[in-house]
Design a protein around this ligand. Structure first.
Ligand SMILES: [Zn+2]
Length: 694
């Protein structure tokens, strides 16, 4: 017996080349399981509740400032040699994901301006696993010659060796992707969170994988993978969770409020895209978001996720998919001396000593601050906040890993704070020895830790930051602090460090995977929020330093200069010294203010800073009001160098926020109900920018 909506997706989307195409079977599979499997039905209800709670708690914060990197394994199931797709084709799929989930795709500029205002960077990275099951080295690709000539939907046979496919790797630690020869026109399907572990992951037609090698028209840019990972992170189709692609139903929503209500799927048409605007469900003037990755348009037409979708994916990653955050799938299993406690300096750190990442060493995502005790439910960094005496503390979290395959290691985590500066040294000021003009750093606490091989532990330290009023002499820089975590595995010097610590903290952090450091100040581009922050340049070393400052904006963040301007204010005495040295890429606006004019800039070549001298700098962020920026994070790194030696640095993370929309209509208030999408808008109380009403 057929139920309404039963076979939602088993309807041809295209007849190019006389070939029926079924763009996606994820929802068909989801509905099949809901009908058949009471446990799945129950788990899905629980997951939706958790995700809803998470979005209510954190959805208004904006996109994550940290990056999450997901380990991927491809299982290539082939019968003919053409189906045995190349490593290069798989690499091209990974490259697509790393563009689409960072909004770095070249065709992001094709998003119509009205929708670009709600577009968002999902801040997810993907990489082929290097550590396989049983702690074996791997390329992240497994290949299986099968006797079966083809596959059809429904069926999960490709997910088991016993039925001609390949068994999954532990789906709590890896994103499994099978490539197969679908002979019924299916391009792919991804599983929602909550299904059986043995079936979790994506199946892609081998000709709908990546963007080089063997691909078919319309599915040749790797967007089937992008779309199916959207489902894997709990996104629905943009036209609704249950309706058929050919629906004209406007009552069904996708649980995301900044996607327009849309009747049915846009056609998969390999020879062209819909014309903007394409109106359905009274969603004019801008109409359907047919360029959204969760629609059915052909690959060249797709180019964006929205801020609401990104929040939903983040909610899934912090609830039903949280185990992937601690995966060791990207840590090479070879060349490890034995049980080895460590934390990450950078998002691409794998524990090697020294860390060879091109990213600065003061960005550790393994240290984060929450202003309230959020447990592990949100692991993104917030700026610490001072509370008057007796007020509740902030909470600092430290993730400690053990990169060995097995074998426990025990140690002691020592956590410190310092007033934010690009010129920090070791052990001053972290040891409490610098007290003028106020206490410049001190210990927060210490805790024993013991971690099994391949595992991790998260420690929490309550912390009451010092009173900003004590630092009034530093001008605007009163709220910004650095954090340092050192894991000692011995009580005698060098305390278990591979390289004995010197006064150069930056080198200590790079050379020892036991030492991690965080110096990030988040600046929210929101009405009413302060868009200025500060830091100090300082010399806590033993000798005078010949300094210069380097300002760096990575290529992926060049849109910062479209967003607006970044200005720095410096004390007059320092400005005079800075002017004497070489400078490049900056523009003086007044005697004491300069503008960052280029992504790579330097100032002050060789100016002298005497021992214990320090100056406060203020950074100001001034928006051009361009509504098409969407929800992003622009990072600006300021590094202090002594000759060629890096002393330290600070990162400003400028977070932009999406325009506030509901069903294609700009919001008048923050709490407009969302009856058609089944959810409420979760805007901030301060209004927000409402730029695109027309
Ligand atoms: Zn789909």
């Amino acid at each position: 017996m057929k139920h309404r909506g039963d076979t939602a997706d088993d309807r041809p989307q295209d007849r190019d080349d006389n070939r029926q195409i079924f763009r996606c079977q994820a929802v068909a599979e989801h509905q099949r399981l809901l009908r058949k499997d009471p446990e799945y039905r129950w788990r899905r209800r629980e997951i939706e509740r958790e995700i809803g709670d998470w979005i209510r708690a954190y959805g208004a914060d904006g996109v994550r400032t940290g990056l999450i990197r997901i380990p991927v394994v491809f299982h290539v199931i082939w019968h003919t040699s053409a189906e045995n797709i190349s490593d290069a084709q798989i690499a091209s799929q990974i490259a697509v994901l790393n563009e689409d989930f960072r909004r770095l795709n070249a065709d992001a500029t094709s998003t119509p301006a009205a929708f670009a205002a709600v577009a968002a960077d999902a801040r997810l990275e993907f990489a082929l696993a290097v550590r396989g099951p049983g702690c074996t080295p791997t390329t992240g690709i497994t290949r299986h010659n099968t006797a079966l000539t083809g596959w059809t939907y429904p069926g999960n046979g490709m997910k088991s060796a016993a039925t001609g496919g390949a068994d999954p790797w532990d789906s709590s630690q890896y994103l499994n992707i099978w490539t197969v020869n679908y002979t019924d026109g299916t391009l792919g399907f991804g599983t929602f969170p909550g299904g059986a572990a043995a079936r979790d992951g994506l199946v892609l037609h081998y000709e709908a994988t990546g963007r080089t090698g063997t691909t078919m028209p319309g599915a040749d840019l790797g967007r089937t993978g992008t779309h199916e990972i959207g489902h894997w992170l709990d996104l629905q189709h943009i036209w609704g969770g249950s309706a058929s692609p050919s629906s004209t139903d406007c009552t069904d929503g996708d649980l995301v409020t900044d996607t327009p209500n849309q009747a049915g799927a846009s056609p998969f048409n390999s020879s062209g895209c819909r014309t903007f605007p394409g109106v359905s469900c009274m969603n004019g003037p801008n109409g359907d978001m047919f360029m959204n990755y969760m629609d059915y348009s052909a690959d060249p037409c797709l180019n964006t996720f929205t801020a609401g979708q990104v929040v939903r994916m983040d909610a899934a990653l912090h609830t039903a998919r949280a185990s992937i955050l601690a995966s060791q799938g990207l840590v090479p299993p070879i060349g490890i001396p034995g049980p080895d406690l460590w934390s990450k300096d950078t998002s691409d750190d794998t524990g090697a000593e020294p860390n060879t990442s091109a990213q600065p060493m003061y960005l550790s995502d393994d240290i984060w601050v929450r202003r309230q005790n959020d447990g592990l439910s949100n692991q993104d960094h917030e700026n610490p906040e001072y509370r008057t005496a007796g007020g509740s503390p902030n909470y600092v979290y430290v993730r400690v890993r053990n990169r060995a395959c097995n074998g426990n290691q025990a140690g002691t985590v020592r956590l410190y704070w310092a007033k934010a500066s690009s010129g920090l040294s070791w052990p001053a000021p972290w040891d409490g020895s610098v007290t003028a003009p106020a206490l410049m750093g001190s210990a927060i606490g210490s805790s024993p830790v013991s971690v099994a091989g391949g595992d991790d532990e998260i420690l929490v330290f309550p912390w009451s930051p010092p009173n900003p009023a004590d630092y009034a002499s530093f001008g605007a820089d009163q709220h910004h602090f650095c954090l340092l975590s050192r894991i000692e595995t011995s009580s005698t010097s060098p305390f278990g460090m591979t390289s004995a610590e010197t006064s150069n903290l930056y080198a200590n952090a790079r050379n020892n995977n036991n030492i991690v450091w965080k110096n990030i100040s988040v600046v929210d581009d929101l009405p009413g929020a302060s868009k200025s922050t500060g830091f100090m340049i300082s010399n806590f070393g033993e000798k005078p330093q010949e300094l210069w400052l380097r300002f760096a904006v990575a290529k992926e963040d060049y849109d910062l200069f479209r967003w607006g301007r970044v200005l720095f204010d410096v004390p007059y005495e320092l400005a005079e010294r800075l002017r004497e040295g070489r400078s490049e890429g900056i523009e003086w606006l007044s005697a004491t203010s300069f503008l960052l004019a280029k992504p790579d800039a330097v100032i002050g070549g060789g100016f002298e800073l005497r021992r214990e001298e320090m100056y406060a700098l203020n950074a100001r962020f001034i928006s051009n009001g361009d509504p098409t920026i969407g929800a992003r994070v622009f990072n600006i790194d300021v590094t202090q160098l002594n000759g060629e030696e890096i002393i330290g640095g600070v990162r400003f993370a400028l977070r932009t926020h999406a325009a506030k929309w509901f069903e294609g209509q700009c919001l008048e208030t923050d709490h407009s109900p969302g009856p058609r999408d089944g959810g409420n808008w979760i805007g901030r109380g301060d209004g927000g920018s409402c730029c695109c009403c027309s």
